[in-house]
Design a binder for this molecule. Structure first.
Ligand SMILES: [Zn+2]
Ligand SMILES: [Zn+2]
Length: 227
């Protein structure tokens, strides 16, 4: 994947991927998920590299498993269903819905003890998965790191608010000011900063907090209205 592709608007990708008469329906689906960056990353990946070059529109996403802001998504296209992993740094295609996931580390991350356990407990079909309610999901959990209401974000989550300056904690300069350093790269400094942060009092996730800007270049769907 090149940087050039990264900057192509998702709407444009959709218009190339699906037949004209399907375009507005496909865009409606994209818009439905626009405030959920992990889901939007999957749609972007799907439209960038249509599996098997099947020119179908994506119809719906459902969550198979999730852990710490990383999602195992099922994407239902017109006739096929696919599996994707969506993480802030890496979104990748696994295969068709009934593929056997053989990466045991990945399975364990999502709470399956083994391949056997996965085969036993995995959903029998897309329709067997609970519908993914983007709205309520957005309100009750941080869409980036998965923190629940009242819990702390994963350190580094771009939604976390800085208790010193009220800006975005992973963007503001407070970490330098607090530690009296010019660079911030080592594990040690990170630990020290976490301690200072805890002394000061971290700001937990509450409803309404959310990314109000495109996240890490992965979400270039224009954000409509206000956050
Ligand atoms: Zn978060
Ligand atoms: Zn700050």
């Amino acid at each position: 994947m090149t940087n050039e592709i990264e900057t192509i608007d998702l709407h444009v990708l959709v218009s190339y991927a699906v037949k004209q008469k399907k375009e507005s329906a496909a865009l409606q689906v994209v818009e439905q998920y626009q405030f959920h960056p992990p889901a939007t990353r999957v749609l972007r990946h799907y439209y960038e590299q249509l599996p098997e070059a099947r020119e179908e529109m994506a119809c719906e996403l459902r969550v198979v498993a999730q852990n710490q802001g990383v999602y195992l998504f099922a994407l239902k296209a017109e006739t096929w269903v696919y599996l994707y992993v969506s993480a802030p740094e890496d979104t990748f295609y696994i295969g068709e819905f009934d593929v056997v996931i053989e990466d045991s580390e990945l399975l364990q991350f999502f709470g399956y003890e083994s391949i056997k356990d996965y085969l036993k407990r995995r959903p029998s079909s897309f329709d067997a998965l609970p519908p993914f309610d983007v709205q309520s999901e957005h309100q009750t959990k941080c869409v980036i790191c998965g923190a629940e209401e009242g819990a702390f974000h994963l350190l580094g989550c771009p939604v976390e608010v800085c208790p010193w300056c009220d800006a975005q904690l992973n963007q503001c300069n407070c970490r330098f000011d607090q530690l009296g350093v010019d660079e911030f790269g080592s594990e040690d400094l990170l630990e020290q900063f976490e301690q200072r942060l805890e002394q000061k009092g971290r700001i937990p996730f509450t409803r309404g907090q959310g990314p109000s800007y495109p996240v890490a270049g992965t979400d270039t769907v224009p954000l409509k209205g206000t956050d």
